[in-house]
Design a protein around this ligand. Structure first.
Ligand SMILES: [Cu+2]
Length: 188
């Protein structure tokens, strides 16, 4: 596509994308995001921020899908919300702490029955372990379903290779994997 249409195609793309960005910037805050969304592999506490409701409607439920390669998931309970997890078999077994092999665990988490007004923010926290299924530079995406009094929002879009996540209408929040300390040393 790029080689066939060249600069004209890029210019066209730009003209389509720009109005979307302008419209997006009118939102008071952006979407569902993760605080300090970068980490080495291993343990990480992922704080998912819900920054607005569904077109003004309050949020009652937040569901997070755990991607393959993320293990040892423990969600933080929240007063006023019911907490449930689904467990399942992983595609393979992974090294965990103390040489332990783990082949099953939490595959989705759901907080429900609460009420988060559009005017307020709240965070939904997972303790996770990112395995070596991910390499430094990868982004671990967590699809999120936000269910409201009226309607729902699906934060499930993942950028294609080379695509800027900011151009997506409903990006899945993600964590960027950083090089391990050992990798950094060996690169000197
Ligand atoms: Cu938003």
């Amino acid at each position: 596509m790029m080689t066939r249409f060249g600069p004209a195609w890029c210019a066209l793309r730009l003209s389509i994308v720009m109005p979307l960005l302008v419209a997006g910037s009118l939102e008071p805050q952006a979407h569902v995001t993760i605080d300090n969304a970068q980490s080495q592999r291993g343990s990480f506490k992922a704080r998912f921020n819900v920054t607005h409701g569904c077109d003004g409607s309050p949020t009652n439920e937040v569901r997070i899908t755990i991607p393959e390669g993320v293990i040892g998931v423990k969600p933080m309970p929240k007063p006023g919300w019911s907490l449930a997890t689904t467990r399942g078999q992983y595609a393979k077994s992974y090294d965990y702490f103390h040489g332990k092999q783990v082949a099953e665990g939490v595959t989705s988490v759901r907080w429900s029955g609460g009420k988060l007004l559009n005017e307020h923010v709240d965070e939904f926290v997972l303790s996770i372990y990112v395995t070596d299924a991910f390499k430094p530079g990868d982004i671990v995406h967590f699809p999120v379903e936000q269910i409201c009094d009226a309607g729902k929002l699906l934060w499930v879009e993942k950028p294609a290779a080379g695509q800027d996540a900011h151009t997506l209408k409903a990006p899945a929040p993600g964590i960027k994997i950083l090089p391990a300390n050992d990798d950094r040393k060996s690169s000197h």
